[in-house]
Design a protein. Structure first.
Lengths: 115, 114
């Protein structure tokens, strides 16, 4: 079965420090991986995706993610955290097979950036 | 702002009732997706439409149904509502409905069943 795991319910980091939000996946075939962010009482905002090519993907708001096929991971990173980055982050994988594009989401990681 | 609109923002209703949630995709997008977000189940895919036709089904209850109209807007109908149906319902849209499309999400409709 295809799945996504976010092993940390919450990540705490001080403003200005680097941050990492972890994601591992299990899929058949080549994975299409996504990161979304959800601010309180808002919808999900797309941050970045990995389809193929360079293992380091750059996205919105200074975020990037590193695809590691051998470790089946797609961790989200940012060199210097901002208080405004505090939000709920979701990793997702596209379900493989057929013409569908449906996503399976992880359980989410709450990022708390302290000033 | 993703360009996906959902109405209403909030909906409060009673058990046994029926409600309709509406979604307008981004301009030019042909595919619409519905997701449910709840505390116990997380974010779950319900159903996908592409250009008016159902393309994929997820964990959608038989009491729930959806359709996509010729103008590409979509409606999710929830009937015989139960307390457990209280959740945030998201609509997303993408250009073609297949990989490697990016799905853009609307702000959601918060449904409370009392």
């Amino acid at each position: 079965a295809q799945s996504v795991a976010q092993p940390e319910d919450q990540v705490n980091v001080a403003e200005g420090n680097p941050l990492t939000v972890k994601c591992t996946y299990s899929v058949s075939g080549n994975p299409y991986l996504f990161w979304y962010v959800q601010y309180p009482n808002r919808g999900l905002q797309f941050l970045l995706k990995y389809i193929t090519g360079d293992n380091l993907v750059k996205g919105s708001y200074g975020f990037e993610a590193e695809f590691n096929k051998s470790q089946t991971s797609f961790h989200l990173k940012k060199p210097s955290a901002l208080v405004s980055d505090s939000a709920l982050y979701f990793c997702a994988v596209r379900v493989y097979g057929g013409a569908t594009n449906k996503l399976i989401f992880g359980t989410g990681t709450l990022l708390a950036v302290q000033p | 702002d993703s360009g996906v609109t959902q109405t209403p923002k909030h909906l409060i209703t009673a058990t046994g009732q029926r409600v309709t949630l509406r979604c307008s995709p981004r301009s030019g997008d042909l595919s619409v997706y519905w997701y449910q977000q709840s505390l116990d189940q997380g974010l779950q895919f319900l159903i996908q439409y592409y250009n008016g036709e159902e393309r994929a089904k997820g964990n959608i209850l038989e009491r729930f149904s959806a359709q996509q109209f010729p103008d590409l807007h979509s409606e999710l109908n929830l009937s015989s509502l139960e307390l457990g149906d209280s959740a945030l319902y998201f609509c997303a849209s993408s250009a073609r409905g297949g990989p490697p499309d990016t799905q853009y999400f609307g702000p959601g409709t918060r449904l409370t069943v009392l």
